[in-house]
Design a protein around this ligand. Structure first.
Ligand code: ZN
Length: 137
């Protein structure tokens, strides 16, 4: 299943790349030798890379995904932890967002009560600030 969707994606990006090259009037080279598996392959088996002279990566897509898989399995734990942390962070902010949404009225009341309770103090503070500003300016 995973393999199938990967191939489908690859096919799609190949078509896009072909269209892009035709649009730009580039006459593309047809084949390239992969620096990893040393096989001569169709240029569309290589990903686009603007830094490269012929606009393609030095190693083919198959080798690249293999490299990634290797990297993934070697760093699996670290990657999973990162993903988990990211997910937790997302959950947390979602929790607060939902909380604010679900308790909107309650939070407004609380803020109102706080203001009522501290009204005198706030007014006094504002008054003092204004007085200070007048003195200063
Ligand atoms: Zn290769």
């Amino acid at each position: 299943m995973i393999k199938k969707s990967f191939e489908f994606d690859t096919l799609f990006s190949d078509i896009e790349q072909r269209l892009e090259e035709r649009k730009n009037g580039i006459k593309p080279i047809r084949f390239k030798t992969c620096s990893k598996c040393k096989q001569k392959k169709s240029i569309f088996k290589f990903s686009l890379d603007k830094r490269n002279i012929n606009g393609r990566t030095g190693i083919c897509k198959a080798c690249r995904s293999l490299e990634y898989l290797k990297y993934y399995y070697q760093n699996r734990e670290r990657i999973l932890i990162q993903v988990k942390e990211y997910q937790d962070e997302k959950d947390r902010s979602k929790y607060f967002k939902d909380y604010r949404r679900d308790h909107k009225e309650q939070l407004r009341k609380q803020a109102g009560n706080w203001y009522k309770k501290n009204r005198k103090r706030i007014k006094k503070r504002d008054f003092e600030r204004k007085a200070k500003a007048k003195k200063g300016g």
